[in-house]
Design a protein around this ligand. Structure first.
Ligand SMILES: [Zn+2]
Length: 71
């Protein structure tokens, strides 16, 4: 529980990455492997920040969470 798995998959060009919380409470980060290596690392760090800041369990507006994860 609360483990983090990171995988590269092909996503639409406009999507850098997504996080899915599964039924075990684990976090599955999917990184768009169309991005270059450096951008994939940056995206992974960004998504991990969302997890560490507990953004999946609050009701703040998405834009607020995006700003917080970008700082
Ligand atoms: Zn984000």
């Amino acid at each position: 529980m609360e483990d983090i798995y990171i995988r590269g998959i092909k996503l639409p060009h406009t999507v850098k990455g997504v996080v899915v919380v599964d039924e075990n409470g684990d976090y599955n980060i999917y990184i768009n492997n169309l991005l270059n290596y450096e951008m994939q690392l940056k995206t992974a760090e960004h998504e991990i920040k969302h997890i560490k800041l507990n953004h999946f369990y609050n009701y703040d507006p998405v834009i607020y969470n995006e700003i917080e994860a970008s700082i």
